[in-house]
Design a protein around this ligand. Structure first.
Ligand code: NAI
Ligand code: MG
Length: 323
C-alpha cells in the first residue's frame, strides 16, 4: 500500500486531479490517497497557502500528487516552499511530442536555489532578488543529468546558462557541469547561452537529449517546451530526490479556463505516470503512457488546447476505455 498525499490546489489543478486519481485507481497497485490543501483558496480559509499539516503529510507519504495553485502576493510560493521543505532538488520535465519525432528531450532543472531562493530585499523604490548558485547544488543536479542520460541511453547532455553576463554564479554552474562530464566519457557534453538555447529549441529541437539548467531558466524553457508541443496541458514533471517525490503538471491554475471543464488532464495524468516510475511500478506507467500516446495520435478525442472540443472527463473516459 502506497501512501500518496494529493493536493489539487486551485483552478484547473482541481479539475485535472480527479481524472488522474480515477485512472490510478484502476491499476494493479494499492494507493491510500490523503487529500490535503494548499494555494489561494486555502489561504482564504486558514490564512496560509501552505499549512504545516500539508507539509507533514507530504513528508510522511511515499509521494505527493500536486495539481496547481494560484499565487498570491501576500505569501511565498506554496510549490517552491514544498520543493524546499522536501529537498526535492531535481525537477525533471520530459518534452515529448507524439506526432513530431524531432521533439523528444528532457529538461533537468535545478530545483532548490538560483532565483527561486526566496531571498528578496525591499528598499522602497528598489528591490533586490538574490540569485544564489552553489557548487554543491550545481554538482548534484549535473550529476543527476548525466546519470539520467546514462540510464535512459541518451547521447548528449547540454547545459544552458548565461556565464557571459553572470560569470560568477553561472561560472560555478558551468564549471561543475564540465567537471561532472569528465566522469561520463560515454555521454557527449556541450553548453549554450540560455538566449541562444531558446532559439535552438525552436529551430533545431532534434539536437537535444537532456538539458540541464538552473532554476529560473529551467522554468522558462519548460513552458517553451509546452509551446513546442502546442499546449502546456501535455507536459508532466517530477520533483524528486532519492527519498521523496512530488509530481505535478508544468502548468499553473489557468484562471482563464478554470471552471469550464475544458482543461487538458494529460499533463497531470502523465505526472501520475512519473510517480508510478518513481515508485517502481514501471509496467503500469508504460501502459498508461502508451494509451495516452494512442489517444493523441488517433486525435479523435481532444480538449480545446489540442484543437478539439471534448471536455476534461471525456479525455479521461477515452483513456480508461482503452486501458
Ligand atoms: P498557466 O500555466 O496556468 O496557463 C498558461 C496558459 O496555458 C493559459 O492560457 C491556460 O489556459 C493554458 N493552459 C495551462 N494548462 C492547461 C491545460 N491543462 N489545459 C489547457 N490549457 C492549459 O499559467 P499562468 O496563467 O501564467 O498562471 C496562472 C496561475 O497559476 C498564476 O497564479 C501562477 O502563479 C500559477 N502557477 C502555478 C504553478 C504551480 O502551481 N506549479 C505553475 C505555474 C503558474
Ligand atoms: Mg513554470
Amino acid at each position: 500500500m502506497y501512501k500518496i498525499t494529493t493536493i489539487p490546489g486551485d483552478g484547473i489543478g482541481q479539475e485535472v486531479m480527479n481524472p488522474t486519481l480515477e485512472i490510478l485507481e484502476t491499476i494493479n497497485a494499492q494507493f491510500d490517497f490523503i487529500p490535503q490543501e494548499a494555494g489561494a483558496e486555502c489561504y482564504k480559509k486558514y490564512g496560509t497557502n501552505l499549512p504545516e499539516k500539508t507539509i507533514q503529510s507530504c513528508k510522511e507519504s511515499d509521494s505527493t500528487l500536486f495539481g496547481a495553485v494560484t499565487s498570491i502576493p501576500e505569501q511565498k510560493s506554496a510549490i517552491v516552499t514544498l520543493r524546499k521543505e522536501l529537498d526535492l532538488y531535481i525537477n525533471q520535465r520530459p518534452i515529448k511530442s507524439y506526432t513530431n519525432p524531432d521533439i523528444d528531450f528532457t529538461i533537468i532543472r535545478e530545483n532548490s536555489e538560483g532565483l527561486y531562493s526566496h531571498i528578496e530585499e525591499d528598499y522602497g523604490d528598489e528591490a533586490i532578488a538574490i540569485r544564489k548558485i552553489t557548487y554543491k547544488g550545481s554538482e548534484r543536479i549535473c550529476k543527476y543529468a548525466f546519470e539520467y542520460a546514462t540510464k535512459t541511453k541518451q547521447e548528449k547532455v547540454t547545459a544552458a546558462h548565461k556565464a557571459n553576463v553572470l560569470p560568477l554564479t553561472d561560472g560555478v554552474f558551468k564549471r561543475s557541469f564540465y567537471k561532472e562530464a569528465e566522469k561520463y566519457p560515454h555521454i557527449k557534453a556541450n553548453d549554450f547561452y540560455i538566449d541562444a538555447m531558446a532559439m535552438y529549441l525552436i529551430t533545431n529541437p532534434a539536437q537535444f537529449d537532456v538539458i540541464v539548467t538552473t532554476n529560473l531558466f529551467g522554468d522558462i524553457l519548460s513552458d517553451q517546451g509546452g509551446g513546442l508541443l502546442g499546449s502546456l496541458g501535455l507536459i508532466p514533471s517530477a520533483n524528486i530526490s532519492k527519498d521523496n517525490g512530488l509530481f505535478e503538471p508544468v502548468h499553473g491554475s489557468a484562471p482563464d479556463i478554470a471552471g469550464q471543464n475544458k482543461a487538458n488532464p494529460i499533463a497531470m495524468i502523465l505526472s501520475g505516470c512519473l510517480m508510478l516510475e518513481f515508485l517502481g511500478i514501471q509496467k503500469e506507467a508504460e501502459k498508461i503512457q502508451q494509451t495516452i500516446e494512442t489517444v493523441i495520435k488517433e486525435g479523435k478525442i481532444k480538449t480545446p488546447d489540442m484543437g478539439g472540443n471534448n471536455n476534461t472527463q471525456e479525455i479521461c473516459d477515452e483513456i480508461l476505455r482503452k486501458l
